[in-house]
Design a protein around this ligand. Structure first.
Ligand SMILES: [Zn+2]
Length: 214
């Protein structure tokens, strides 16, 4: 007798369903992939797959010789750190999201750009099907990655508080290198275009010369 193939079984064997895989895609895996460094891409991949351990999960599943990890969020020291809290709900993160307006305005200075609006949760996730300008995506891609580094430092006990101004400086530095890279790419493309045009003109001249029109 043939065994019944339930959806559950298929999922168990082959991992996630297609819809689930699509839901996990984000812009750093697709749209802005080439604008990020391997480390930044790795962070965004892990975020999409929720690889990072929140204190709530650590509390449930991990016991060290010093006992259970506290489930409290070490950023605000007030609430239980669930994924939802860590990703969007924490007031320390919300303060950071407010700070981004200034960073964004600096980043798009002298350019025609959309007005900044505080990112929604889907935007903060850079979800693949969320539409926004590339400038906003880049600010979020770098800002969330840097914030995560601060989160790590606090959770590993190497820092006690998030220094928002220091973090903002780091993000601005990274965004400057992003702009420089963009500029270099643009200049290289212009150089190639010019080269191609020159070749075309030369070929035309050569043809004329052969025909004896010059
Ligand atoms: Zn918190």
């Amino acid at each position: 007798m043939k065994p019944k193939t339930s959806t559950k079984l298929v999922e168990k064997r082959f991992g996630k369903t297609k819809d689930e895989q699509i839901a996990e895609l984000n812009h750093p895996m697709t749209t802005i992939r080439n604008d990020l460094t391997p480390k930044q891409r790795e962070f965004w991949w892990k975020t999409a797959h929720r690889v990072y351990m929140t204190n709530d999960r650590a509390h449930k599943y991990m016991v060290s010789e010093r006992g259970r990890t506290a489930n409290v969020c070490k950023m605000c020291n007030k609430h239980k750190e669930t994924w939802q809290h860590m990703e969007y709900g924490c007031e320390e993160l919300q303060k950071w999201l407010d700070r981004l307006e200034q960073i964004y305005n600096e980043y798009v200075k002298g350019k025609e750009a959309d007005e900044w609006k505080k990112p929604t949760q889907d935007e903060w996730r850079l979800k693949e099907n969320t539409e926004m300008s590339k400038d906003k995506m880049m600010v979020i891609a770098i800002a969330r990655w840097q914030f995560h580094k601060g989160w790590c430092a606090i959770n590993y006990g190497t820092k006690r508080r998030i220094d928002v101004e220091r973090l903002a400086e780091r993000v601005e530095e990274t965004l400057t290198t992003v702009r420089e890279r963009e500029k270099r790419r643009r200049e290289e493309k212009e150089r190639q275009d010019k080269e191609r045009d020159k070749q075309k003109t030369d070929e035309k001249e050569n043809k004329k010369r052969k025909r004896g029109t010059i």
